[in-house]
Ligand binder design. Structure first.
Ligand SMILES: *[C@@H]1O[C@H](CO)[C@@H](O)[C@H](O)[C@H]1NC(C)=O
Ligand SMILES: *[C@@H]1O[C@H](CO)[C@@H](O)[C@H](O)[C@H]1NC(C)=O
Ligand SMILES: *[C@@H]1O[C@H](CO)[C@@H](O)[C@H](O)[C@H]1NC(C)=O
Ligand SMILES: *[C@@H]1O[C@H](CO)[C@@H](O)[C@H](O)[C@H]1NC(C)=O
Ligand SMILES: *[C@@H]1O[C@H](CO)[C@@H](O)[C@H](O)[C@H]1NC(C)=O
Ligand SMILES: *[C@@H]1O[C@H](CO)[C@@H](O)[C@H](O)[C@H]1NC(C)=O
Ligand SMILES: *[C@@H]1O[C@H](CO)[C@@H](O)[C@H](O)[C@H]1NC(C)=O
Ligand SMILES: *[C@@H]1O[C@H](CO)[C@@H](O)[C@H](O)[C@H]1NC(C)=O
Ligand SMILES: *[C@@H]1O[C@H](CO)[C@@H](O)[C@H](O)[C@H]1NC(C)=O
Length: 322
């Protein structure tokens, strides 16, 4: 009986290792778990057209010294688009919801007729550190009404940020840092600020805001935790109520030489940890700031005008930070 059983088992084993199913090293895509939906054909074709509209540079350097492993070079119709590198689909609907192509060597101009704008289910689009010089941020971006996370930093976008950006009302993080020829004008910014009520992180470092009225920042989302406006050519008085934002943790206003303003006497953002006012025209009352901002970890004040002189205080600082 035992012998028969073993022989049967051996046969089964033999069958398994010689079956054509197991002899192929890679599983064909039809053997992926059947509950995963397949890429929608119009979305894979939109992705391929987007890819074809740009060329790819073989990067040896990227902002963080590394090249993103996600590259469009493996995009082709032989596999489902949900498996392409940098592409993530929704597990239920199958729609493309994320595109992670930061630092992927993309080169060229994204015009408003680009098929990228057909991917209207996108919730996250990351294109930082590509070479898209001359691309304007098209009004078509307004079609991404489900977008939560948008990173277009350091990619050479130019022109005006369009009014239609205000349709991105679900945005939680917006990073437009280091797009040196991008401009923000007052009317768009007012509308954007008013409608992006979930915004937590806003990065506009190096964006040209020299034509922007600072009051348009007044109604920024009370959810805001991070605001970077460094080196944005801001001019005039900074709206005091930004200092009241209840969840604000980091505020960078550095290198805006024509920016000044006054600090509130009451109700400072109680979670403010990092404040950078270096290279601004704020008149700094150092004892007041350090006494009032209890949560502060770092305070940068290089090239700032200090009110009065505090040799005793500086002496104490040296002592406590040997
Ligand atoms: C990119 O360049 C590196 C070094 O120059 C080279 O080793 C690599 O094979 C290139 N990759 C592609 C896809 O051309
Ligand atoms: C498609 O991409 C796969 C790698 O992902 C590659 O092996 C295959 O040769 C590509 N097919 C074509 C037609 O480029
Ligand atoms: C690469 O793409 C995948 C999705 O395909 C994403 O999960 C991952 O975070 C991306 N990696 C980088 C470094 O962007
Ligand atoms: C998209 O628009 C650009 C600029 O207007 C034009 O040069 C290009 O031919 C258009 N592409 C398609 C596919 O229509
Ligand atoms: C605000 O966002 C909602 C939802 O996307 C949109 O319907 C509305 O038109 C937007 N309002 C403005 C002023 O942009
Ligand atoms: C800020 O919001 C208030 C109240 O909703 C409104 O009256 C005011 O016009 C807004 N200011 C700006 C600059 O958008
Ligand atoms: C900011 O600068 C302007 C122009 O120099 C000046 O009129 C204003 O009083 C200053 N405001 C503060 C709070 O220092
Ligand atoms: C400070 O905030 C508290 C609670 O939100 C409020 O009651 C008080 O009126 C505020 N004080 C000032 C001067 O704005
Ligand atoms: C500096 O330290 C001394 C001794 O601890 C203290 O009496 C003095 O008030 C401190 N000065 C300031 C400006 O904090």
């Amino acid at each position: 009986m035992t012998m028969v059983f073993l022989a049967w088992l051996g046969l089964l084993f033999f069958f398994l290792i010689t079956s054509p199913f197991n002899s192929s090293s890679a599983l064909p895509s039809s053997h992926f778990p059947s509950h995963l939906p397949l890429c929608h054909p119009h979305e894979s074709s939109a992705l391929l057209h987007f890819d074809n509209s740009l060329s790819i540079f073989n990067y040896t350097y990227c902002v963080y010294g590394i090249t993103n492993p996600n590259s469009t070079v493996d995009w082709n119709m032989s596999r489902d688009c949900c498996t392409w590198s940098g592409v993530t689909c929704d597990e239920v609907s199958g729609h493309v919801v994320r595109l992670d192509l930061g630092c992927s060597g993309l080169h060229g101009i994204i015009h408003s007729n680009n098929s990228l704008f057909l991917l209207t289910h996108l919730q996250s689009l990351v294109l930082f550190s590509n070479q898209l010089y001359g691309s304007e941020i098209s009004p078509q971006f307004g079609r991404f009404s489900s977008m939560i996370h948008l990173d277009l930093s350091d990619s050479g976008f130019t022109g005006q940020l369009p009014l239609e950006f205000s349709y991105l009302s679900s945005l939680v993080t917006l990073d437009l840092n280091r797009n040196y020829y991008l401009e923000l004008e007052t009317s768009s910014l007012k509308r954007i600020v008013a409608n992006l009520s979930s915004l937590k992180e806003l990065r506009l470092s190096d964006v040209d805001m020299s034509f922007t009225s600072l009051n348009s920042l007044m109604n920024l989302s009370t959810s805001l935790t991070f605001l970077d406006l460094s080196h944005s050519r801001l001019m005039g008085e900074f709206p005091e109520n930004i200092f009241h934002l209840p969840r604000l943790q980091k505020l960078d206003l550095s290198d805006n030489w024509n920016l000044n303003g006054s600090f509130p006497q009451y109700n400072w953002s109680s979670q403010l940890r990092n404040l950078d006012l270096s290279g601004t025209g704020f008149l700094i009352d150092f004892p007041y700031l350090t006494k009032t901002l209890k949560s502060l970890n770092t305070l940068f004040l290089s090239s700032c005008k200090l009110r009065g002189l505090y040799p005793a205080l500086l002496g104490n600082l040296t002592k406590s930070h040997p």
